[in-house]
Each structure stands twice: as C-alpha cells, then as structure tokens.
Design a protein around this ligand. Structure first.
Ligand code: MN
Ligand code: MN
Length: 365
C-alpha cells in the first residue's frame, strides 16, 4: 500500500474516525498520484480504517486514473448517473454504519455538504485538513527533485522575460513571450497567473499586469512559477531598465539583504517567526517597515501556497524536508516596488536554494 494512504488510515484508527472522503484535487493527487481537474463533476477518494479505499471519478477519467498506478478500485460515474448515490452505495458497502467522516471542510461547498448530510444521516463530519497538511509538510527525495526541476523552469522563465525587456513593450507582451517559450519546453501550466509589473505597478504586491509600457528608469518585477509533474515553483526577481536612482537602489539592496539574511538563518530548530523577524527588522531599520505588508513566505509543494506559513507569529519549528519561499518586499507607492523570492529546501543543517537566477541588482540596457 502507498505510504501516504497508509498514514491517513492510521490516523483514522488513532482518532477512531470511520471514514474520510477527500475531494480537493491537490489531496487526491497527493494520495493517489492522479492529478485531474473534474470541474463540477465529482472526484474523490474514500478511505476507511480497515476496508479497502476507492477512487470515484467521472467515467471519462477512469482509464487515466488507473494508469497512475492507483492499486484499488476506481469507480466511474457517467454524466447521467447521480455520483452521490454511487458514493453512498460504495461507502456503505464497506462500512455499514459510518458514524464519523473526515472531510476537507475548507473545500467542500454547501451544495456537496447537503448531498452528504442527506445520505449519511447522523454522521459527524470532522476536519481532515490539518492531518493532510502535516503529511504534506515534509517532502521526500522524489518530491524535492520535482520541486527543483520546477524551480529550474522558473529560472528559465525569468531569464526569458529579462531578455524580452525593450522600450515600448508592455507587461503582457513579456508574459506572452515567457509562456510561449515555456510551452515549447513542455510546460503546460503556470502555478499562478504570471506577473510582470513595471514602474508604479510594481509597487503593488499583487498587481494586475496589463498594457503598461516599460520605460527607462523603471523597475520591472517578475513573479511567476510553473507546475512540473504536479509540483510548483514560485520565484520573484526585480530588475532595472536602463538606469535606477539612489532611492530605488536603497530599496533594492535592503530587500536583498533581508532576503539573504533570512535564508542564511534557515535551518532545522529555528522557529518560522524568527526568520520573518530577521527580514522584517532589516527592512524596519532601513525605514521601510510599513512598506513590507505581507509575511516572509509560504510552503510550496503540490500547492503554490501550503504549509508552513512563515509569519512573525508562527512558532512552528523548522524541520529538515520542509520547502518554502522566502520573499521579503518593499512597496513604496510612486517610488518603487521590489520583491526578491527564492524557494528553499531545508537540509539537516541549513538550506538548499532551489531557485538560482542571480539576484544582484541588474541593469537591463
Ligand atoms: Mn511569488
Ligand atoms: Mn510566493
């Protein structure tokens, strides 16, 4: 049996929960190796303490699900079947009285919840998220390799974007070039909408790229990532076009120092909040504290945002095998926006930085 499923079954036993029904595409992939977006159709994995698990999916996906190596039953539902009837029948055939069922409460929408309570009368629903987050928190060698590969494509994407910078090009022109080159290399999916922001737009941490043209003296910020065999990367680099002024340089070098110092401090045994505070203190001492409005970083894996959350209040102890981003930023409206982001894998005494694109302040001519 696959180790991940085994751990989930053990948890059901320990907590005396009769069943789990897992439906988020990320956790279905984590548990089965089957990665698929079912849109409005039903996709899920039913797991029990002892009885054999099963995967339920649209009939059109049955062959693909089997091809991933899932060793148990795959149950297909056609577009005219009621998938909830099928689910109920198959769950109850394995465990007659389901008193408790673990669900991803943050994921199951009200309409689906109503389907479940109508069919599993009196069943108590328990949150499954925390357990799944804990399982996904520590990455194995294979996962690390995939994350490294995803990071290499992110480096390539930034390189492509930087080499496209020219007077008069728009943010969307550059994005189109980046994604075109990635697709030619076999990357079909970005881990989130690619961001290329220039000038004043870069001063918004989550700006919307558009038809703004790049001008000399602007900073150009790239924030992007790819999905490689189900695993995500996330990188941010900021470069100057043609020239920069003194304040832009000061902002840039403050962010760079904060980023490097936080990375240097990352190792097993420190707390997540220590890392955020190291970066935040550097930025605050330089006078930009109020312009760093977000956490230092976030976990990365199957999801582009997962555990751990690297905030200045999280007391979580960093452990070997965690993967997260380190991404301080300073955003001064009408002056400059700079963020530098790398993906790190925690080793036994430090980190391996997965993203490698250079981060000294570069002038693109
Ligand atoms: Mn990012
Ligand atoms: Mn990020």
């Amino acid at each position: 049996m696959n180790q991940r499923l085994h751990e989930l079954m053990n948890w059901l036993k320990q907590e005396n929960i009769d069943s789990a029904f897992i439906t988020s595409t990320e956790n279905v992939f984590y548990l089965s190796g089957f990665r698929s977006d079912p849109h409005e159709r039903l996709l899920g994995i039913a797991v029990f303490q002892e009885a054999e698990p099963f995967l339920i999916c649209p009939s059109l996906d049955v062959n693909d699900a089997k091809a991933t190596g899932w060793e148990y039953e795959v149950i297909g539902c056609s577009d005219t079947d009621n998938p909830w009837d099928t689910l109920e029948k198959n769950m109850k055939s394995r465990v007659t009285n389901i008193h408790t069922m673990a669900l991803e409460k943050e994921h199951v929408i009200v309409e689906r919840y109503e389907q479940l309570i109508n069919r599993f009368e009196g069943t108590k629903f328990i949150a499954a998220e925390e357990k799944l987050r804990q399982l996904r928190l520590i990455k194995n060698e294979k996962e690390k390799e995939l994350l490294k590969k995803a990071a290499e494509f992110a480096d390539f994407a930034v390189q492509t974007g930087v080499s496209e910078i020219k007077e008069g090009k728009t943010e969307l022109d550059i994005i189109a070039a980046i994604e075109y080159e990635l697709k030619k290399k076999g990357i079909s999916e970005m881990s989130f909408s690619t961001m290329v922001l220039t000038g004043a737009n870069a001063a918004s941490p989550h700006g919307n790229p558009g038809l703004t043209k790049i001008k000399k003296g602007d900073f150009v910020l790239f924030d992007l990532g790819v999905v490689y065999e189900g695993y995500c990367s996330d990188i941010t680099r900021t470069v100057a076009y043609d020239h920069f002024n003194e304040e832009q340089e000061k902002i840039y070098n403050t962010v760079l120092k904060a980023e490097i110092e936080a990375i240097n401090a990352t190792k097993p045994g420190v707390q997540a909040k220590d890392l955020d505070n190291i970066a935040r203190n550097i930025i605050t001492e330089a006078g930009y504290g109020q312009y760093f409005p977000h956490r230092l970083g976030h976990g990365l894996g199957i999801g582009v945002h997962e555990y751990p959350s690297v905030t200045n209040t999280n007391e979580l102890i960093i452990q070997e095998g965690m993967v997260f981003t380190i991404e301080p930023g300073i955003y001064v409206p009408n002056v400059a926006g700079v963020r530098i982001e790398d993906d790190v894998f925690v080793t036994k005494d430090g980190v391996e930085i997965l993203t490698a694109f250079p981060k000294e302040l570069q002038i693109i001519k």
